[in-house]
Design a protein around this ligand. Structure first.
Ligand code: ZN
Ligand code: ZN
Length: 408
């Protein structure tokens, strides 16, 4: 059997719980979604505990599991994933932090953790504090969207097991402390960086101008979420797949890059509610022509879940369905297509939850069960049963005739 192509569509946080005010339906149950339902009807369905029973997944750990990596073994914090998403090529031994540009007073008390959600000038500020050397450690700093940034420390003897500088509240910034003897040098370097960078930022023309305009200056950096990168075996080697991804948010892009996927920028793919669904679908189709495995993430469902907005979430379902319809119309039935979520973000919780997510797979060697609709309840009756996120890739590989024989 010739090996078949694979497409994995992950609707970030789209999975939900029944909502009383809406007939005890979930947004997936309430929406019109002919393409998703067709996929379920022509394929096999189930539900999935993305990490494990009763574990609330983060988007980062969830995606690692969906790609077949054990997040308990490979995940050390969000910093490295953000750094990869920002386009910094991390090396083993680097320690990366997520950061905020913040406003502090003369005694380093935080007045605004986001420096008034600063939008302009962070590139210049980042350039002014990137490149310094502290105790033989190279400092790389790159701005992210709005008040966000990434700090990477590169040098000998570093360890990610240190505490956050970010106090996560409007109080005096914290001194980073080592959580084990190996973290001592890293904590010292981070603390020195925070001091030196603040001195530079306070005098920077961007901030002088902000103060003049009555805006809070971005005069301090608050590092948090330290992590170091374990070398991840790329998907190409792990499964022998040439692969690419379509994603809008930095965090998901970062994971895709860490596992060796090509992640082209898609104009209009914002990672928000205003994302260009059509552009994403078309990009996935284009990539499918030259790759064995294409991954497509749509973030908007998670955003609506965090907003607690049922109606908006229903609209997101219908927009994703339009995108999926466009894709399905164009691909051969030999392509193994899976649709699922990385976790639930119920509108009633406004946060991620441990509830399992629905999953449908069609095409290739997928069997066809009796499930006719794609939602949390219908899929639970499917022939796949209840699986773990880490099982998804092996199952898809089997249906795509890419599994390896074990034994004679
Ligand atoms: Zn997510
Ligand atoms: Zn979320």
């Amino acid at each position: 059997m010739p090996a078949k192509k694979m497409l994995l569509v992950v609707c970030d946080g789209l999975s939900d719980r029944p909502v009383k005010e809406f007939d005890r339906k979930t947004p997936l149950q309430a929406a019109k979604k002919p393409a998703m339902d067709a996929l379920a009807r022509h394929g096999i369905s189930g539900t999935m505990d993305v990490i494990g029973h009763g574990i609330i997944p983060g988007s980062d750990t969830a995606h690692l599991a969906l790609f077949g990596y054990d997040p308990h073994k490979v995940y050390t914090g969000r910093g490295p994933i953000e750094a990869a998403g920002a386009g910094i090529a991390l090396q083993p031994g680097d320690v990366a932090f997520r950061c905020n540009f913040a406003t502090v007073d003369g005694r380093m008390k935080v007045i605004d953790r986001r420096a008034g959600r600063i939008k302009h000038g962070t590139g210049e500020l980042a350039a002014a504090i990137s490149g310094m050397e502290i105790s033989g450690v190279q400092v790389i700093f790159k701005e992210g969207s709005e008040h966000r940034g990434v700090l990477v420390l590169r040098g000998k003897g570093l360890d990610h097991r240190v505490t956050d500088v970010d106090p996560h509240a409007e109080e005096k910034i914290h001194t980073s402390k080592a959580l084990c003897p190996q973290g001592k040098k890293t904590a010292e370097v981070v603390n020195e960086f925070v001091k030196r960078s603040s001195a530079i930022l306070r005098k920077h023309p961007v901030n002088v101008q902000r103060v003049k305009e009555g805006l809070p200056p971005a005069n301090a950096i608050l590092p948090r979420g330290p992590g170091s990168i374990k070398e991840l075996e790329p998907l190409s080697e792990r499964y022998g797949l040439k692969c690419a991804a379509v994603a809008g948010v930095t965090l998901v892009k970062g994971i895709c890059r860490l596992v060796g996927m090509e992640v082209p920028d898609v104009p209009g793919a914002t990672g928000g509610l205003d994302t260009d669904y059509r552009a994403k679908g078309e990009a996935a189709l284009r990539l499918l022509a030259t790759n064995d495995f294409v991954f497509l993430n749509v973030k908007a469902g998670d955003v609506a879940g965090h907003d607690g907005d049922f109606r908006n979430k229903v609209r997101v379902v219908e927009s994703i369905d339009m995108m999926l319809g466009l894709i399905l119309k164009d691909i051969h039935e030999d392509v193994v297509v899976a649709i699922t979520c990385d976790h639930s973000t119920p509108v009633s919780v406004r946060e991620h939850s441990a509830d399992p997510v629905p999953l449908s797979i069609s095409g290739g060697g997928a069997r066809i069960d009796g499930v006719k609709e794609f939602d949390e309840i219908s899929c639970a009756a499917g022939a796949l049963g209840r699986i773990r996120g880490m099982d998804l890739m092996p199952i898809m590989l089997g249906m795509a005739d890419r599994a390896k024989k074990f034994g004679a």
